[in-house]
Design a protein around this ligand. Structure first.
Ligand SMILES: Nc1ncnc2c1ncn2[C@@H]1O[C@H](COP(=O)(O)OP(=O)(O)OP(=O)(O)O)[C@@H](O)[C@H]1O
Ligand SMILES: *[C@@H]1O[C@H](CO)[C@@H](O)[C@H](O)[C@H]1NC(C)=O
Ligand SMILES: *[C@@H]1O[C@H](CO)[C@@H](O)[C@H](O)[C@H]1NC(C)=O
Ligand SMILES: *[C@@H]1O[C@H](CO)[C@@H](O)[C@H](O)[C@H]1NC(C)=O
Length: 523
């Protein structure tokens, strides 16, 4: 007894000690003898160093960027990869969209708390987000201990995440299949935690093989994410997606095969979405009651409607329940917005929030599971009423708006942001949101126009870009209320039967070469 208590105390102390070490900065340790991380290739332990206070100023941010860019023989010309013409900031005047005052960006950058953060998407360039000294770096010695790291990265997958108010319902962050290396990140000396995505690691996340970086593609993705935060703000949906910044990372990889590798370029810093993912809730045994309460009582229906409109507006193609966070009070955050605005070819939208989309139908049919089997077997019986259902189906705007239709009744701020988009020239939209090609701007312009003129439901049915067949399904009827049977199985509270359609992932796209005409060339 005594012994185990003692062990517990030791464990606690060591946990505190680890935490302390994470936040520890050079002031606490004598680092005068240690080499600087810049002079090492790998460094297995980097004593963090608080970034100079001056680094948070605009001048410092500009200096850091310049420093990084100066190494390059040719300055970035501002010409996009697809040949789109560079947009001169000064060339654009508009009554409603005032020229971006730098102070707005500066204030936002300062508010981030991340030294050197960029909030103006037009400043994000491919050279910033990749190492520029890969070969030279390898000529340096490996260091067992060093100093000079101003960022502290830690493993995001080391422990399950538990939310205050949802005790006992822990979840693990997904590893992320594709793009970057994901970490928790802190500015040295600060305990505010961010999620940091490092693109352009010279080694692949899965196999550790050397890889080159499609830095233009990633730059584009980062800008798209910044644009969507801005759009959400402007459309009255502040906070519905995590704020993002492109900012310097200067840290060692904390764990795994590449422990000690020095990350020394810009990464994507994100606010951490609070709460738990809908998927995390769904797969946690014993969470059914809490989930039921969250989805039927607590969920912020305004935010569901807002994001539903935004998902159509931005042609969001990756909105599934692992990308939706909910807090104990029902506030929602939608993450992972980089597969939108035309990034996925032949996808007009794929969202669990949009009836007729693949993810929406998938939730209601539960392919390969007992749900589909049940409805296939019993659905045609005379007198059939309802059966088991996935609780997440109540997240459906049709359940929250009068007559189950949005039509032209948008929230006022949503309407005015769409009006502004519909009215502006593609070039203006590109500049304001930092797009380097016309496509995302054209999508925003066309969708805004269609959604305003035709109404939401008609735009969902017809507004381009249109999807390949594999994303398109008949609209399932809404189920707006759930009851649980004695065994705790959720059922629709009213009679409900899905439209059975096979999964279409292998259906060939006969029109794969079709290019949607979104706006006229001169618009
Ligand atoms: N801003 C955030 N807040 C909270 N959790 C996040 C955030 N960004 C990412 N995550 C967590 O990290 C996981 C993987 O991130 P993400 O989906 O962005 O990676 P990815 O490399 O784009 O992979 P994928 O191919 O699955 O999209 C997410 O499922 C989520 O659990
Ligand atoms: C330093 O460490 C890396 C990674 O472990 C290794 O590939 C490299 O050969 C080492 N360099 C030297 C000089 O030992
Ligand atoms: C470190 O990385 C390894 C493999 O890369 C992983 O198995 C382990 O869970 C990670 N976390 C910690 C805290 O070691
Ligand atoms: C729901 O979200 C909206 C929009 O962000 C917000 O204004 C409102 O206060 C939230 N409602 C509740 C009950 O938290």
């Amino acid at each position: 007894m005594r012994r185990s208590r003692c062990t517990a105390v030791i464990l606690l102390l060591s946990a505190i000690c680890t935490l302390w070490q994470l936040g520890a900065v050079a002031e606490d340790v004598d680092t005068s003898e240690l080499p600087h991380v810049d002079s090492c290739n790998y460094c297995y332990e980097c004593v963090p160093m608080r970034p100079p206070a001056a680094d948070t100023t605009r001048e410092a941010a500009a200096r850091m960027r310049l420093h990084h860019l100066r190494r390059l023989s040719q300055a970035y010309s501002g010409v996009a990869s697809d040949g789109a013409v560079a947009i001169e900031p000064e060339g654009i005047q508009d009554v409603e969209w005032a020229n971006e005052p730098d102070p707005v960006y500066e204030a936002a950058a300062a508010a981030s708390g991340i030294p050197g953060a960029l909030t103006n998407p037009n400043l994000v360039h491919p050279e910033l987000i990749q190492p520029s000294d890969h070969d030279e770096k390898q000529l340096k010695p490996n260091c067992t201990r060093c100093t000079g790291c101003t960022t502290v990265l830690s493993d995001m997958h080391a422990e399950a995440i538990e939310t205050e108010g949802l005790e006992g319902i822990a979840f693990m962050h997904g590893k992320g299949a594709t793009n970057g290396w994901l970490f928790f990140g802190n500015v040295a000396g600060s305990n505010k935690r961010y999620i940091v995505k490092v693109y352009c690691m010279p080694y692949s996340k899965l196999h550790g093989r050397p890889q080159t970086c499609a830095s233009k593609v990633y730059m584009e993705r980062m800008r798209l994410m910044m644009a969507q935060v801005r759009l959400a703000d402007e459309c009255g949906a502040n906070g519905i997606t995590p704020r993002v910044w492109i900012a310097p990372v200067n840290a060692i990889i904390p764990n795994g095969t590449f422990l000690g590798y020095h990350v020394r370029w810009y990464g994507l810093w994100m606010e951490e979405a609070p709460g738990i993912t809908l998927h995390g809730l769904f797969v946690t045994r014993g969470a059914e009651r809490a989930m039921f309460d969250l989805l039927t009582n607590k969920i912020n229906m305004t935010q569901v409607v807002q994001q539903t409109v935004l998902d159509l507006l931005t042609a969001q193609c990756d909105r599934h329940s692992e990308n939706v966070f909910i807090t104990p009070s029902g506030a929602l955050t939608f993450i992972d917005n980089d597969r939108a605005l035309g990034v996925v070819t032949r996808c007009g939208s794929d969202s669990m929030l949009l009836p007729g989309n693949r993810y929406h139908t998938q939730l209601r049919l539960g392919y390969w599971g007992p749900t589909m089997t049940f409805y296939e077997t019993h659905g045609s019986n005379p007198g059939f009423c309802t059966g088991p259902i996935d609780m997440r189906v109540v997240i459906d705007y049709r359940c929250y708006v009068p007559d189950g239709r949005i039509d032209r009744n948008y929230y006022p701020e949503m309407r005015s942001c769409m009006k502004a988009l519909a009215r502006h020239a593609v070039a203006d939209i590109m500049h304001r949101y930092g797009f380097t090609s016309r496509k995302p701007a054209e999508i925003l312009k066309r969708r805004s126009r269609d959604m305003l003129l035709m109404g939401f439901e008609a735009a969902l049915e017809t507004s381009p870009p249109r999807s390949a067949p594999r994303y398109m399904f008949q609209q399932q009827p809404p189920c707006c209320n759930i009851v649980m049977d004695i065994k705790g199985t959720p059922m629709c509270a009213t009679c409900w039967k899905p439209i059975i359609e096979p999964l279409k992932d292998s259906v060939k796209d006969m029109d794969s070469k079709v290019v949607d005409v979104l706006v006229e060339p001169g618009e």
